[in-house]
Ligand binder design. Structure first.
Ligand SMILES: *[C@@H]1O[C@H](CO)[C@@H](O)[C@H](O)[C@H]1NC(C)=O
Length: 290
């Protein structure tokens, strides 16, 4: 009986309906869920246990083993057999001499600029985010952060951005305390209040054949709900997915060529974000793991 039900309505099944261990319903094309055996040093070298590029995108002054921590928090619902990871930044987190930015970004690709398998067909980008414990390493929402994104291969724009904080280009009427998913035209497609208690689970589907996007969201252990139905989005230009922290400066023009190298960043700080359930799945036939 079960195989028949699974065969007919795979897209209706939530992971809560499945017995542990959690098995994604759709094909995972890039898996950034952190193996339970991983240590900070795992991320300093290429190995089967390291899903990410060991040299990019981080300051050459800080190794991943200095940037990453394993927090003692309950894992995201998307991490049955994997564990959360905490990405930190401080005043040494300067990537590629871009003095305006403080950055540490986990990326799958080599430095070719694309995650080829995520750039065709219909793909869904998943991540869960949790705030560090109150009082420990909070983001400073006076700044704008672009912590998750899919950037074009030519670096001229983003198929989507996930931002929070005081927006440099304020097209969003909602306050800086909201996470925002921004579309290719830099309009806010979705926003929701940052939670200091629960995991927040996001997924963005990019359909490269039809140039549309969809957005899914839930909190805690709830299953993902479609919060933004299909809407036009120019998904051309290939590119790569990044999850981490990208802190923009204050007191500067929002023009990217200006803010990368100038503007104000405070000294002596440490901030972090906790991530889980990072993966990209094949959403052909509307398959999505909720
Ligand atoms: C937040 O950032 C602003 C601008 O960099 C800085 O002036 C302020 O001291 C920071 N606040 C905290 C609490 O770190």
């Amino acid at each position: 009986m079960l195989p028949l039900i699974f065969g007919i309505v795979p897209f209706l099944l939530s992971h809560q309906a499945l017995a542990q261990p959690y098995t994604p319903i759709c094909k995972v094309v890039l898996d950034g869920r952190i193996p339970l055996s991983a240590t900070p040093a795992t991320f300093d070298a290429v190995s089967p246990a390291n899903p990410f590029n060991p040299t990019y995108a981080r300051s050459t002054n800080l190794k991943w083993s200095q940037i990453l921590r394993f927090p003692t928090v309950t894992p995201s619902v998307f991490d049955w057999q994997s564990k959360p990871i905490e990405v930190t930044i401080n005043d040494k987190s300067i990537y590629n001499n871009q003095k305006g930015i403080r950055r540490a970004g986990l990326v799958f690709s080599a430095n070719s600029g694309t995650d080829d398998i995520t750039n065709a067909g219909v793909k869904t980008f998943h991540w869960s985010v949790k705030q560090p414990p109150v009082g420990a390493r909070p983001l400073n929402l006076t700044h704008e952060y672009m912590n998750v994104f899919h950037v074009r291969q030519d670096d001229k724009g983003f198929q989507f951005q996930f931002t929070v904080g005081d927006a440099m280009k304020p097209k969003d009427p909602r306050p800086f305390t909201h996470f925002r998913i921004i579309d290719k035209n830099e309009n806010v497609a979705f926003s929701t209040l940052i939670s200091f208690k629960e995991w927040q689970n996001f997924a963005v589907t990019l359909d490269y054949n039809r140039n549309v996007m969809r957005i899914y969201y839930s909190t805690g252990n709830d299953e993902l709900k479609e919060v933004v139905g299909e809407r036009p989005n120019d998904n051309s230009g290939k590119g790569r997915f990044q999850v981490g922290i990208f802190k923009k400066p204050t007191d500067v023009s929002p023009d990217v060529n200006t803010y990368l190298n100038t503007g104000f960043q405070e000294a002596d700080f440490e901030e972090s974000q906790i991530y889980g359930g990072i993966y990209v799945e094949d959403s052909a036939g509307n398959c999505i793991t909720k």
